[in-house]
Design a protein around this ligand. Sequence first.
Ligand code: ZN
Ligand code: MN
Length: 480
Amino acid sequence: MYQEFETVIGIEIHAQINTKTKMFCRCDNDSFDKEPNLNVCEVCMGFPGQLPVINEEAVKKGTIAAIALGCEIPEYCKFDRKNYFYPDLPKGFQISQFDEPLSEKGAIEITLDSGRTKTIRITRLHLEDDAGKLSHVPGGSLVDYNRSGTPLMEIVSEPDLRNSEEAVAYAREVQNILRFCGSSDADMEKGMMRFDASVSIRPKGEDKLYNRAEIKNLNSFRSLGAAIDYEAERQISLWNAGEALDKDLTVGWADDAQKTYVMREKEGSDDYRYFPEPDLPPLHSSKEDLDKLRKMVPEMPAQKRARYELEYGLLPDDIRILTSDLYTAQYFEEVVSMIKDPKKAVSYINTILMKRLNEDQIPLKDSKVTPKLLGELIAYVEKGEISNNQAKGEVFDEMYDTGKEPAKIIEEKGLKVVSDSGELEKVCQSVLDAHPGPVEDYKNGKDKAFGFLVGMVMKEMKGQGNPQMINDILMKLIGN
Ligand code: ZN
Ligand code: MN
């Protein structure tokens, strides 16, 4: 019998907190491009007898992220040892949080391509330290402990996601939120954010959760989506063959083959023999501490989206582009602060600038057109000093290539519209004197003749007269 299935997905995100030092020692937390095993000490190498000390900045940034994800922060939390053996874990245990985590019960809203929104519940955000990094080379394995002890936030979602599109939208939104609140750079190319996706299927209409496969260590949005699609299809085939999963599995993702592969039966929390970390005191946060941190949480993407719609009347598609990352939102807001019409900023950023940058595959951050320059350019248009066409055309093109200030480009190209009424009046009068025929025609009701006169003045001015002023002056002079 043909059966329809629903996919049920929950995601665990590990994100490195961007602190100066590691979670429990004073080693430098930035090991990008550093020689292996340079940023290490007795604590993060797990030497016997060393005592960890909690990094206050990590707790603060973790708490801010938890608040930004809508989580509740209990007054009390503690650290626990999660015991397992692996060569990248020299202590023999990870310091994590088990039954009393830093935060619980959050929720965020995601927006899908169709414009539909959905609320995804977050089970918890807790703190832990990262393991080292293994690289497998011919003849053996190498281990780099630079990453060992890096502060991590583990963010666990409820199984509220139903397909890969929702999963990727959720992961992107979390990345955005962590960046907006400044707690993590969440750069996946540098391994700062990684996903584990738990996937199960069930016949449509059922509420029951069936056995799941947890796909470990996905390190891009693309592989997150592809792995979920593959695994869901695999489970449906198994089910249809009468071989549905009869236990929870831990699986890996082979990016080259675009396939999941079974690694082992999934370990449960009992397997880790969690117990309270005896070397660390529990953390207490007072209401006052939390209120202070709450005030430090800046405007989040969802709030920005709502404000751009309400305050500036922008369209959903434009809003989505402008809030796609923190830098773009900041860029937009800086331009808006310099000009009168926010919609002008949208059209210059989304249509003109982004179009060129996309063609040239340059990220906005590296654009020579800084928000200050773009704001200046639009301000010139708003003041009527150059025309919209000049601004969008030759001035923008030159600014895009060279990063020169609009004032300079306008001067160099001799583009500035003449708004000097004395000068304009002189030219208008001479045109009227030279063309008595059309002046007569206009006085006799031939409106076309007026257009001819404006055109003649513009020609004299080489296209640089302020058109509104020319109109007004001609009217006035003929009227007399
Ligand atoms: Zn260390
Ligand atoms: Mn973890």
